[in-house]
Design a protein around this ligand. Sequence first.
Ligand code: HXC
Length: 520
Amino acid sequence: MSQENSTPKKHDELLEKKALSLKGGGDKRVEAQHKRGKLTARERVSLLLDNDSFEELDPFVLHRSTNFGLDNQHFLGDAVVTGYGEVNGRLTFVYAQDFTVLGGSLSEAVANKICKVMDKAMESGAPIVGLIDSGGARIQEGVDSLSGYGSIFHRNVMSSGVIPQISVMMGPAAGGATYSPALTDFIFMVEGLGQMYITGPDVIRAVTSEDISHEDLGGTEAHTVKSGVAHFAEETEESCIARVQELLSYLPQNNMENSPPISTSDSPHRYSDDLNTLIPDNPNQPYNMLDVIHTVVDETNFLQVHKNFAPNILVGFARFDGKSVGIVAQQPDHFAGVLDIDASVKAARFVRFCDAFNIPLVTFIDVPGFMPGSSQEYGGIIRHGAKLIFAYAEATVPKISVLTRKAYGGAYIVMSSKNLKGDINYSWPTGQVAVMGAEGAVNIIHRSQIRESDDPQKLTAQLVAEYEENLMNPYIAASRGMIDDVIEPGQTRLKVIRALKMLANKRETIPPKKHGSIPL
Ligand code: HXC
Protein backbone atom coordinates (compact mmCIF):
# COMPACT_ATOMS: atom_id res chain seq x y z
CA MET A 1 0.00 0.00 0.00
CA SER A 2 2.71 2.45 0.99
CA GLN A 3 4.49 1.87 -2.34
CA GLU A 4 1.34 2.69 -4.33
CA ASN A 5 0.94 5.98 -2.43
CA SER A 6 4.57 6.99 -2.34
CA THR A 7 5.04 7.25 -6.11
CA PRO A 8 2.59 10.14 -6.67
CA LYS A 9 4.03 11.85 -3.60
CA LYS A 10 7.55 11.59 -4.94
CA HIS A 11 6.29 12.79 -8.30
CA ASP A 12 4.66 15.85 -6.74
CA GLU A 13 7.83 16.57 -4.81
CA LEU A 14 9.84 16.45 -8.04
CA LEU A 15 7.43 18.79 -9.82
CA GLU A 16 7.57 21.19 -6.89
CA LYS A 17 11.36 21.25 -6.94
CA LYS A 18 11.46 21.66 -10.70
CA ALA A 19 9.02 24.57 -10.46
CA LEU A 20 11.22 26.15 -7.81
CA SER A 21 14.37 25.75 -9.89
CA LEU A 22 12.63 27.52 -12.77
CA LYS A 23 12.27 30.64 -10.64
CA GLY A 24 16.01 31.29 -10.36
CA GLY A 25 16.61 33.85 -7.61
CA GLY A 26 12.86 34.28 -6.97
CA ASP A 27 10.00 36.41 -8.30
CA LYS A 28 11.35 39.70 -7.00
CA ARG A 29 14.73 39.27 -8.61
CA VAL A 30 13.18 38.08 -11.88
CA GLU A 31 11.05 41.23 -11.84
CA ALA A 32 14.18 43.33 -11.20
CA GLN A 33 15.92 41.60 -14.11
CA HIS A 34 13.02 42.46 -16.43
CA LYS A 35 13.00 46.04 -15.13
CA ARG A 36 16.65 46.34 -16.15
CA GLY A 37 15.43 45.49 -19.68
CA LYS A 38 17.02 42.04 -19.51
CA LEU A 39 15.62 38.58 -20.13
CA THR A 40 16.21 35.79 -17.62
CA ALA A 41 18.70 33.00 -18.26
CA ARG A 42 15.91 30.55 -19.13
CA GLU A 43 14.18 33.00 -21.45
CA ARG A 44 17.48 33.43 -23.27
CA VAL A 45 18.04 29.68 -23.60
CA SER A 46 14.52 29.33 -25.06
CA LEU A 47 15.29 32.00 -27.62
CA LEU A 48 18.49 30.29 -28.70
CA LEU A 49 17.35 26.70 -28.96
CA ASP A 50 14.70 25.12 -31.19
CA ASN A 51 11.28 24.73 -29.59
CA ASP A 52 11.16 22.08 -26.91
CA SER A 53 14.68 20.86 -27.58
CA PHE A 54 16.34 21.97 -24.34
CA GLU A 55 17.55 19.25 -22.00
CA GLU A 56 18.69 20.81 -18.76
CA LEU A 57 21.51 19.31 -16.71
CA ASP A 58 22.18 19.84 -13.01
CA PRO A 59 19.03 21.75 -12.03
CA PHE A 60 19.44 20.49 -8.44
CA VAL A 61 23.03 21.58 -7.90
CA LEU A 62 23.58 23.76 -4.82
CA HIS A 63 26.60 25.75 -3.71
CA ARG A 64 28.37 24.48 -0.61
CA SER A 65 29.55 27.72 0.91
CA THR A 66 28.63 28.72 4.44
CA ASN A 67 30.57 31.98 4.45
CA PHE A 68 28.97 35.38 5.04
CA GLY A 69 25.39 34.15 5.30
CA LEU A 70 25.50 32.07 2.12
CA ASP A 71 24.21 29.04 4.09
CA ASN A 72 20.82 30.81 4.06
CA GLN A 73 20.89 31.56 0.37
CA HIS A 74 20.41 28.37 -1.61
CA PHE A 75 18.84 28.41 -5.05
CA LEU A 76 18.30 25.22 -7.03
CA GLY A 77 20.76 25.07 -9.89
CA ASP A 78 22.76 27.98 -8.39
CA ALA A 79 23.62 30.90 -10.70
CA VAL A 80 23.75 29.19 -14.09
CA VAL A 81 21.39 27.21 -16.34
CA THR A 82 23.21 24.53 -18.36
CA GLY A 83 22.35 21.83 -20.86
CA TYR A 84 22.01 21.04 -24.55
CA GLY A 85 19.48 21.30 -27.34
CA GLU A 86 19.32 22.07 -31.03
CA VAL A 87 19.82 25.20 -33.11
CA ASN A 88 18.16 24.71 -36.50
CA GLY A 89 18.21 20.98 -35.85
CA ARG A 90 21.91 20.81 -34.92
CA LEU A 91 23.19 19.79 -31.48
CA THR A 92 24.40 22.79 -29.46
CA PHE A 93 25.50 23.07 -25.83
CA VAL A 94 24.64 26.12 -23.79
CA TYR A 95 25.19 27.75 -20.44
CA ALA A 96 23.36 30.88 -19.36
CA GLN A 97 24.45 32.76 -16.27
CA ASP A 98 21.53 33.66 -14.03
CA PHE A 99 21.91 37.20 -12.71
CA THR A 100 18.87 36.73 -10.44
CA VAL A 101 20.93 34.35 -8.29
CA LEU A 102 23.62 36.27 -6.44
CA GLY A 103 24.28 38.43 -9.49
CA GLY A 104 25.15 35.44 -11.66
CA SER A 105 28.41 35.21 -9.71
CA LEU A 106 30.67 32.22 -10.26
CA SER A 107 30.74 29.79 -7.34
CA GLU A 108 32.59 26.48 -7.29
CA ALA A 109 29.26 24.78 -8.06
CA VAL A 110 28.55 27.13 -10.99
CA ALA A 111 32.03 26.47 -12.38
CA ASN A 112 31.51 22.71 -12.07
CA LYS A 113 28.24 22.96 -13.99
CA ILE A 114 29.85 25.00 -16.78
CA CYS A 115 32.83 22.64 -16.94
CA LYS A 116 30.48 19.67 -17.25
CA VAL A 117 28.74 21.05 -20.35
CA MET A 118 32.06 22.16 -21.82
CA ASP A 119 33.33 18.59 -21.44
CA LYS A 120 30.14 17.17 -22.96
CA ALA A 121 30.40 19.58 -25.91
CA MET A 122 33.97 18.43 -26.58
CA GLU A 123 33.11 14.74 -26.25
CA SER A 124 30.10 15.15 -28.55
CA GLY A 125 31.87 17.41 -31.03
CA ALA A 126 29.30 20.20 -30.94
CA PRO A 127 29.47 23.99 -30.51
CA ILE A 128 29.01 25.66 -27.14
CA VAL A 129 27.36 29.03 -26.54
CA GLY A 130 27.87 30.92 -23.25
CA LEU A 131 25.28 33.56 -22.37
CA ILE A 132 27.15 35.85 -20.01
CA ASP A 133 25.53 38.00 -17.30
CA SER A 134 27.62 37.89 -14.15
CA GLY A 135 29.20 39.91 -11.36
CA GLY A 136 32.29 37.70 -11.71
CA ALA A 137 33.94 35.57 -9.05
CA ARG A 138 31.60 34.92 -6.10
CA ILE A 139 33.26 37.07 -3.54
CA GLN A 140 32.17 34.92 -0.56
CA GLU A 141 33.84 31.82 -2.02
CA GLY A 142 37.34 33.23 -2.48
CA VAL A 143 39.84 30.82 -3.97
CA ASP A 144 37.20 28.18 -4.81
CA SER A 145 35.67 30.62 -7.24
CA LEU A 146 39.02 31.65 -8.71
CA SER A 147 39.92 28.01 -9.19
CA GLY A 148 36.60 27.51 -10.98
CA TYR A 149 37.55 30.19 -13.50
CA GLY A 150 40.91 28.49 -14.01
CA SER A 151 39.18 25.21 -14.86
CA ILE A 152 36.94 26.97 -17.38
CA PHE A 153 39.88 28.76 -19.01
CA HIS A 154 41.74 25.47 -19.41
CA ARG A 155 38.73 23.91 -21.15
CA ASN A 156 38.36 27.00 -23.38
CA VAL A 157 41.93 26.51 -24.55
CA MET A 158 41.62 22.74 -25.02
CA SER A 159 38.39 23.22 -27.02
CA SER A 160 39.93 25.93 -29.22
CA GLY A 161 40.13 24.70 -32.79
CA VAL A 162 38.10 21.59 -31.93
CA ILE A 163 34.56 22.94 -31.47
CA PRO A 164 33.24 26.45 -32.15
CA GLN A 165 32.93 28.46 -28.94
CA ILE A 166 30.72 31.54 -28.81
CA SER A 167 30.19 34.06 -26.00
CA VAL A 168 27.24 36.42 -25.82
CA MET A 169 27.60 39.37 -23.48
CA MET A 170 24.13 40.15 -22.12
CA GLY A 171 25.15 41.79 -18.87
CA PRO A 172 28.28 42.64 -16.95
CA ALA A 173 31.54 40.72 -17.11
CA ALA A 174 34.11 42.12 -14.75
CA GLY A 175 37.69 41.19 -14.00
CA GLY A 176 38.88 37.71 -14.82
CA ALA A 177 35.34 36.89 -15.95
CA THR A 178 36.14 38.57 -19.25
CA TYR A 179 38.85 36.05 -20.03
CA SER A 180 36.70 33.02 -20.73
CA PRO A 181 34.85 34.97 -23.45
CA ALA A 182 38.20 36.31 -24.67
CA LEU A 183 39.41 32.74 -25.17
CA THR A 184 36.39 31.83 -27.30
CA ASP A 185 36.09 32.26 -31.08
CA PHE A 186 33.42 34.96 -31.29
CA ILE A 187 32.08 37.50 -28.83
CA PHE A 188 28.65 39.06 -29.33
CA MET A 189 27.47 42.08 -27.30
CA VAL A 190 23.99 43.45 -26.73
CA GLU A 191 24.01 47.24 -26.90
CA GLY A 192 23.42 48.88 -23.53
CA LEU A 193 23.56 45.56 -21.65
CA GLY A 194 26.84 43.80 -22.38
CA GLN A 195 29.87 45.29 -20.63
CA MET A 196 33.39 43.94 -20.27
CA TYR A 197 36.29 45.37 -18.31
CA ILE A 198 39.24 44.18 -16.29
CA THR A 199 38.64 46.79 -13.57
CA GLY A 200 35.47 48.84 -13.17
CA PRO A 201 35.08 52.64 -13.05
CA ASP A 202 35.50 52.83 -9.25
CA VAL A 203 38.91 51.19 -9.25
CA ILE A 204 40.00 53.27 -12.22
CA ARG A 205 38.97 56.48 -10.44
CA ALA A 206 40.91 55.46 -7.35
CA VAL A 207 44.06 54.46 -9.22
CA THR A 208 44.28 56.96 -12.09
CA SER A 209 41.63 59.61 -11.22
CA GLU A 210 40.02 58.96 -14.61
CA ASP A 211 36.24 59.38 -14.52
CA ILE A 212 34.48 57.07 -16.95
CA SER A 213 31.06 55.37 -17.08
CA HIS A 214 30.53 51.59 -17.21
CA GLU A 215 29.23 51.91 -20.78
CA ASP A 216 32.07 54.10 -22.07
CA LEU A 217 34.61 51.81 -20.45
CA GLY A 218 33.30 48.43 -21.51
CA GLY A 219 30.20 48.77 -23.71
CA THR A 220 29.71 47.86 -27.36
CA GLU A 221 31.41 50.99 -28.73
CA ALA A 222 34.48 50.27 -26.58
CA HIS A 223 34.84 46.68 -27.72
CA THR A 224 33.37 46.33 -31.21
CA VAL A 225 34.81 49.60 -32.55
CA LYS A 226 37.86 50.53 -30.48
CA SER A 227 39.51 47.49 -28.90
CA GLY A 228 38.30 44.78 -31.30
CA VAL A 229 37.77 42.46 -28.32
CA ALA A 230 34.20 41.74 -29.48
CA HIS A 231 33.04 40.79 -32.97
CA PHE A 232 29.33 41.61 -33.15
CA ALA A 233 27.13 44.36 -31.64
CA GLU A 234 23.37 43.89 -31.73
CA GLU A 235 20.60 46.21 -30.58
CA THR A 236 18.47 43.71 -28.68
CA GLU A 237 18.81 40.32 -27.05
CA GLU A 238 16.47 38.87 -29.68
CA SER A 239 18.46 40.20 -32.65
CA CYS A 240 21.68 39.13 -30.96
CA ILE A 241 20.52 35.54 -30.53
CA ALA A 242 19.28 35.52 -34.14
CA ARG A 243 22.77 36.60 -35.25
CA VAL A 244 24.35 33.79 -33.20
CA GLN A 245 22.07 31.31 -34.97
CA GLU A 246 23.05 32.79 -38.34
CA LEU A 247 26.75 32.46 -37.51
CA LEU A 248 26.32 28.83 -36.41
CA SER A 249 24.71 28.04 -39.79
CA TYR A 250 28.03 28.79 -41.51
CA LEU A 251 30.11 26.63 -39.17
CA PRO A 252 30.78 22.91 -38.92
CA GLN A 253 29.99 21.15 -35.66
CA ASN A 254 33.68 20.47 -35.04
CA ASN A 255 37.09 20.43 -36.71
CA MET A 256 36.55 16.96 -38.21
CA GLU A 257 33.51 18.02 -40.21
CA ASN A 258 32.65 20.43 -43.01
CA SER A 259 30.04 23.17 -42.75
CA PRO A 260 26.57 21.99 -43.77
CA PRO A 261 25.69 22.86 -47.39
CA ILE A 262 22.55 24.92 -47.95
CA SER A 263 20.44 24.64 -51.07
CA THR A 264 20.34 27.81 -53.16
CA SER A 265 18.51 28.95 -56.26
CA ASP A 266 21.38 31.29 -57.17
CA SER A 267 22.96 29.86 -60.34
CA PRO A 268 26.68 29.07 -60.18
CA HIS A 269 26.90 30.36 -63.77
CA ARG A 270 25.47 33.79 -62.97
CA TYR A 271 27.43 36.42 -64.93
CA SER A 272 27.77 39.93 -63.41
CA ASP A 273 28.25 42.54 -66.07
CA ASP A 274 28.40 45.33 -63.45
CA LEU A 275 31.77 44.07 -62.23
CA ASN A 276 33.39 44.70 -65.64
CA THR A 277 33.15 48.46 -65.11
CA LEU A 278 33.37 48.69 -61.33
CA ILE A 279 37.03 49.63 -60.95
CA PRO A 280 37.59 53.40 -61.44
CA ASP A 281 40.18 54.48 -64.04
CA ASN A 282 41.93 56.63 -61.47
CA PRO A 283 43.92 54.21 -59.28
CA ASN A 284 43.49 56.49 -56.27
CA GLN A 285 39.72 56.63 -56.49
CA PRO A 286 37.99 54.43 -53.92
CA TYR A 287 35.15 52.00 -54.54
CA ASN A 288 33.19 49.75 -52.26
CA MET A 289 34.53 46.18 -52.10
CA LEU A 290 31.23 45.13 -50.51
CA ASP A 291 29.69 45.63 -53.97
CA VAL A 292 32.05 42.98 -55.32
CA ILE A 293 31.38 40.55 -52.46
CA HIS A 294 27.60 40.96 -52.51
CA THR A 295 27.58 40.48 -56.28
CA VAL A 296 29.56 37.26 -56.41
CA VAL A 297 28.34 35.29 -53.35
CA ASP A 298 25.07 33.34 -53.08
CA GLU A 299 22.03 35.58 -52.79
CA THR A 300 24.12 38.61 -51.72
CA ASN A 301 24.43 37.17 -48.19
CA PHE A 302 27.60 38.16 -46.38
CA LEU A 303 27.85 37.89 -42.58
CA GLN A 304 30.49 40.42 -41.62
CA VAL A 305 32.63 39.65 -38.60
CA HIS A 306 34.27 42.58 -36.77
CA LYS A 307 32.20 44.91 -38.98
CA ASN A 308 33.01 48.09 -37.05
CA PHE A 309 36.62 47.35 -36.19
CA ALA A 310 39.46 48.02 -38.68
CA PRO A 311 37.01 48.71 -41.53
CA ASN A 312 39.89 48.91 -44.05
CA ILE A 313 39.68 45.13 -44.20
CA LEU A 314 36.53 43.04 -44.47
CA VAL A 315 36.20 39.53 -43.06
CA GLY A 316 33.16 37.32 -42.78
CA PHE A 317 31.21 34.33 -43.97
CA ALA A 318 29.32 33.75 -47.20
CA ARG A 319 28.44 30.83 -49.47
CA PHE A 320 29.34 29.88 -53.02
CA ASP A 321 26.94 27.37 -54.57
CA GLY A 322 25.60 26.59 -51.09
CA LYS A 323 28.96 25.97 -49.41
CA SER A 324 30.45 28.11 -46.63
CA VAL A 325 33.57 30.15 -47.24
CA GLY A 326 35.50 32.70 -45.24
CA ILE A 327 36.02 35.95 -47.11
CA VAL A 328 38.91 38.32 -46.52
CA ALA A 329 38.95 41.51 -48.59
CA GLN A 330 40.52 44.91 -48.61
CA GLN A 331 38.06 47.79 -48.41
CA PRO A 332 39.37 50.62 -50.66
CA ASP A 333 36.60 52.81 -49.23
CA HIS A 334 38.47 53.03 -45.89
CA PHE A 335 42.08 54.27 -45.80
CA ALA A 336 42.47 52.93 -49.37
CA GLY A 337 42.38 49.38 -47.97
CA VAL A 338 45.81 49.75 -46.39
CA LEU A 339 47.07 47.03 -44.05
CA ASP A 340 47.63 48.51 -40.60
CA ILE A 341 48.05 46.84 -37.22
CA ASP A 342 44.35 46.35 -36.50
CA ALA A 343 43.58 45.11 -40.03
CA SER A 344 46.44 42.60 -39.88
CA VAL A 345 45.36 41.19 -36.52
CA LYS A 346 41.68 41.10 -37.52
CA ALA A 347 42.39 39.19 -40.73
CA ALA A 348 45.00 36.87 -39.20
CA ARG A 349 42.63 35.71 -36.50
CA PHE A 350 39.85 35.11 -39.02
CA VAL A 351 42.12 33.15 -41.37
CA ARG A 352 43.22 30.89 -38.50
CA PHE A 353 39.64 30.27 -37.41
CA CYS A 354 38.62 29.27 -40.95
CA ASP A 355 41.67 27.04 -41.30
CA ALA A 356 40.95 25.29 -37.99
CA PHE A 357 37.37 24.57 -39.06
CA ASN A 358 37.87 23.49 -42.70
CA ILE A 359 36.30 26.61 -44.16
CA PRO A 360 37.90 27.58 -47.53
CA LEU A 361 39.25 31.10 -47.86
CA VAL A 362 38.37 33.45 -50.69
CA THR A 363 40.45 36.65 -50.70
CA PHE A 364 39.72 39.82 -52.69
CA ILE A 365 42.80 42.00 -53.00
CA ASP A 366 43.24 45.73 -53.51
CA VAL A 367 46.02 46.79 -51.20
CA PRO A 368 48.44 49.71 -51.55
CA GLY A 369 50.77 48.24 -48.89
CA PHE A 370 51.37 48.28 -45.16
CA MET A 371 50.57 51.55 -43.38
CA PRO A 372 53.65 53.78 -43.07
CA GLY A 373 54.37 55.99 -40.05
CA SER A 374 56.02 56.06 -36.65
CA SER A 375 52.85 55.25 -34.71
CA GLN A 376 52.43 52.04 -36.70
CA GLU A 377 56.12 51.17 -36.40
CA TYR A 378 56.16 51.83 -32.64
CA GLY A 379 52.94 49.87 -32.30
CA GLY A 380 54.63 46.88 -33.88
CA ILE A 381 53.27 46.73 -37.44
CA ILE A 382 56.17 44.42 -38.26
CA ARG A 383 55.13 41.91 -35.58
CA HIS A 384 51.41 42.25 -36.25
CA GLY A 385 51.75 42.17 -40.04
CA ALA A 386 53.81 39.00 -39.63
CA LYS A 387 50.78 37.38 -37.97
CA LEU A 388 48.87 37.65 -41.22
CA ILE A 389 51.74 36.19 -43.25
CA PHE A 390 51.96 33.37 -40.70
CA ALA A 391 48.22 32.71 -40.81
CA TYR A 392 47.98 32.53 -44.61
CA ALA A 393 51.18 30.48 -44.95
CA GLU A 394 50.06 27.97 -42.34
CA ALA A 395 46.47 27.62 -43.61
CA THR A 396 45.92 24.35 -45.49
CA VAL A 397 42.26 24.91 -46.45
CA PRO A 398 41.59 25.80 -50.11
CA LYS A 399 42.86 29.35 -50.71
CA ILE A 400 41.54 31.28 -53.70
CA SER A 401 42.30 34.92 -54.40
CA VAL A 402 41.01 37.52 -56.82
CA LEU A 403 43.15 40.61 -57.43
CA THR A 404 40.87 43.50 -58.36
CA ARG A 405 43.43 46.31 -58.45
CA LYS A 406 46.56 46.99 -56.37
CA ALA A 407 48.86 44.40 -54.83
CA TYR A 408 51.95 46.32 -53.82
CA GLY A 409 55.04 45.18 -51.99
CA GLY A 410 54.85 43.00 -48.88
CA ALA A 411 51.10 43.36 -48.95
CA TYR A 412 51.07 41.47 -52.29
CA ILE A 413 52.90 38.59 -50.69
CA VAL A 414 50.80 38.44 -47.53
CA MET A 415 47.40 38.33 -49.21
CA SER A 416 47.17 34.62 -50.10
CA SER A 417 49.95 34.84 -52.71
CA LYS A 418 51.24 31.84 -54.64
CA ASN A 419 54.40 31.83 -52.51
CA LEU A 420 52.30 31.38 -49.37
CA LYS A 421 50.67 28.41 -51.11
CA GLY A 422 47.64 30.17 -52.52
CA ASP A 423 45.91 27.47 -54.57
CA ILE A 424 44.28 29.58 -57.26
CA ASN A 425 45.20 33.21 -57.82
CA TYR A 426 43.10 35.14 -60.31
CA SER A 427 43.45 38.73 -61.40
CA TRP A 428 41.06 41.08 -63.08
CA PRO A 429 42.57 42.99 -66.07
CA THR A 430 42.79 46.00 -63.71
CA GLY A 431 45.22 44.16 -61.40
CA GLN A 432 48.60 45.75 -60.65
CA VAL A 433 51.35 43.71 -59.03
CA ALA A 434 54.37 45.86 -58.20
CA VAL A 435 56.86 46.67 -55.50
CA MET A 436 55.17 50.04 -55.02
CA GLY A 437 52.96 52.64 -56.75
CA ALA A 438 54.27 54.44 -59.86
CA GLU A 439 55.02 57.87 -58.33
CA GLY A 440 56.98 56.44 -55.43
CA ALA A 441 58.90 54.04 -57.64
CA VAL A 442 59.88 56.65 -60.23
CA ASN A 443 61.10 59.05 -57.54
CA ILE A 444 63.42 56.37 -56.22
CA ILE A 445 64.82 54.72 -59.32
CA HIS A 446 65.09 57.92 -61.42
CA ARG A 447 65.91 60.37 -58.62
CA SER A 448 69.11 61.84 -60.07
CA GLN A 449 67.75 61.87 -63.63
CA ILE A 450 64.72 63.89 -62.45
CA ARG A 451 66.86 66.23 -60.32
CA GLU A 452 69.12 67.06 -63.27
CA SER A 453 66.29 67.48 -65.78
CA ASP A 454 65.28 70.88 -67.23
CA ASP A 455 61.62 69.95 -66.76
CA PRO A 456 61.37 67.55 -63.79
CA GLN A 457 57.56 67.55 -63.82
CA LYS A 458 57.30 66.54 -67.46
CA LEU A 459 59.97 63.90 -67.09
CA THR A 460 58.30 62.48 -63.97
CA ALA A 461 54.95 62.22 -65.79
CA GLN A 462 56.67 60.47 -68.68
CA LEU A 463 58.50 58.01 -66.43
CA VAL A 464 55.32 57.31 -64.42
CA ALA A 465 53.46 56.50 -67.66
CA GLU A 466 56.31 54.22 -68.73
CA TYR A 467 56.32 52.43 -65.35
CA GLU A 468 52.55 52.01 -65.46
CA GLU A 469 52.69 50.68 -69.00
CA ASN A 470 55.47 48.20 -68.31
CA LEU A 471 54.92 47.09 -64.70
CA MET A 472 51.44 47.94 -63.48
CA ASN A 473 49.49 45.15 -65.10
CA PRO A 474 48.70 41.57 -64.16
CA TYR A 475 50.28 39.96 -67.22
CA ILE A 476 53.85 39.96 -65.93
CA ALA A 477 52.81 38.04 -62.79
CA ALA A 478 50.63 35.83 -65.03
CA SER A 479 53.63 35.15 -67.32
CA ARG A 480 55.52 33.82 -64.28
CA GLY A 481 52.57 31.68 -63.12
CA MET A 482 52.13 33.79 -59.97
CA ILE A 483 48.67 34.64 -61.28
CA ASP A 484 46.89 31.57 -62.66
CA ASP A 485 44.71 33.50 -65.06
CA VAL A 486 43.50 36.98 -65.87
CA ILE A 487 39.72 36.73 -65.83
CA GLU A 488 36.76 38.79 -66.92
CA PRO A 489 35.41 40.36 -63.70
CA GLY A 490 31.88 39.34 -64.71
CA GLN A 491 32.93 35.67 -64.54
CA THR A 492 34.31 35.85 -61.01
CA ARG A 493 31.47 33.88 -59.38
CA LEU A 494 31.74 31.03 -61.83
CA LYS A 495 35.56 30.92 -61.60
CA VAL A 496 35.55 30.87 -57.78
CA ILE A 497 32.89 28.15 -57.67
CA ARG A 498 34.83 25.97 -60.11
CA ALA A 499 38.05 26.45 -58.15
CA LEU A 500 36.29 25.57 -54.89
CA LYS A 501 34.88 22.43 -56.50
CA MET A 502 38.29 21.43 -57.83
CA LEU A 503 39.81 21.96 -54.36
CA ALA A 504 37.03 20.28 -52.39
CA ASN A 505 39.21 17.28 -51.53
CA LYS A 506 42.46 19.19 -51.21
CA ARG A 507 44.97 17.52 -48.91
CA GLU A 508 47.95 19.47 -47.68
CA THR A 509 49.99 18.86 -44.56
CA ILE A 510 52.49 20.96 -42.66
CA PRO A 511 55.67 19.53 -41.09
CA PRO A 512 55.07 17.64 -37.83
CA LYS A 513 55.54 19.98 -34.86
CA LYS A 514 54.02 20.68 -31.47
CA HIS A 515 52.90 24.06 -32.75
CA GLY A 516 54.44 26.96 -34.60
CA SER A 517 55.57 30.09 -32.82
CA ILE A 518 53.32 32.73 -34.31
CA PRO A 519 54.64 36.24 -33.52
CA LEU A 520 52.02 37.09 -30.89
C1 HXC B 1 28.69 37.77 -4.95
C2 HXC B 1 27.53 39.36 -6.10
C3 HXC B 1 28.64 39.60 -6.93
C4 HXC B 1 29.80 38.83 -6.70
C5 HXC B 1 27.06 40.89 -7.56
N1 HXC B 1 26.58 40.20 -6.52
N2 HXC B 1 28.32 40.55 -7.82
N3 HXC B 1 27.55 38.45 -5.12
N4 HXC B 1 29.79 37.93 -5.71
N5 HXC B 1 30.89 38.98 -7.46
C6 HXC B 1 25.24 40.27 -5.94
C7 HXC B 1 25.00 41.60 -5.26
O1 HXC B 1 25.47 41.57 -3.94
C8 HXC B 1 23.48 41.70 -5.34
O2 HXC B 1 22.93 40.88 -4.34
C9 HXC B 1 23.17 41.04 -6.67
O3 HXC B 1 24.30 40.24 -6.98
C10 HXC B 1 22.95 42.02 -7.78
O4 HXC B 1 24.04 42.95 -7.79
P1 HXC B 1 23.85 44.51 -7.85
O5 HXC B 1 25.15 45.12 -7.45
O6 HXC B 1 22.65 44.91 -7.07
O7 HXC B 1 23.54 44.74 -9.39
P2 HXC B 1 23.96 45.96 -10.31
O8 HXC B 1 23.71 47.26 -9.60
O9 HXC B 1 23.28 45.73 -11.60
O10 HXC B 1 25.53 45.83 -10.51
C11 HXC B 1 26.08 44.70 -11.15
C12 HXC B 1 27.60 44.70 -10.98
C13 HXC B 1 27.95 44.84 -9.48
C14 HXC B 1 28.19 45.86 -11.80
C15 HXC B 1 28.11 43.40 -11.58
O11 HXC B 1 27.19 43.88 -8.75
C16 HXC B 1 29.39 44.62 -9.23
O12 HXC B 1 30.21 45.51 -9.41
N6 HXC B 1 29.72 43.42 -8.72
C17 HXC B 1 31.07 43.07 -8.39
C18 HXC B 1 31.89 42.91 -9.65
C19 HXC B 1 33.28 42.43 -9.36
O13 HXC B 1 34.15 43.24 -9.01
N7 HXC B 1 33.46 41.12 -9.36
C20 HXC B 1 34.70 40.48 -9.09
C21 HXC B 1 35.58 40.62 -10.34
S1 HXC B 1 37.13 39.91 -10.11
P3 HXC B 1 21.57 41.25 -3.62
O14 HXC B 1 21.40 40.18 -2.61
O15 HXC B 1 21.77 42.62 -3.05
O16 HXC B 1 20.52 41.25 -4.70
C22 HXC B 1 36.92 38.38 -10.71
C23 HXC B 1 38.10 37.54 -10.53
C24 HXC B 1 38.10 36.42 -11.50
O17 HXC B 1 35.93 38.01 -11.24
C25 HXC B 1 39.50 35.99 -11.70
C26 HXC B 1 39.59 34.88 -12.66
C27 HXC B 1 41.02 34.61 -12.96
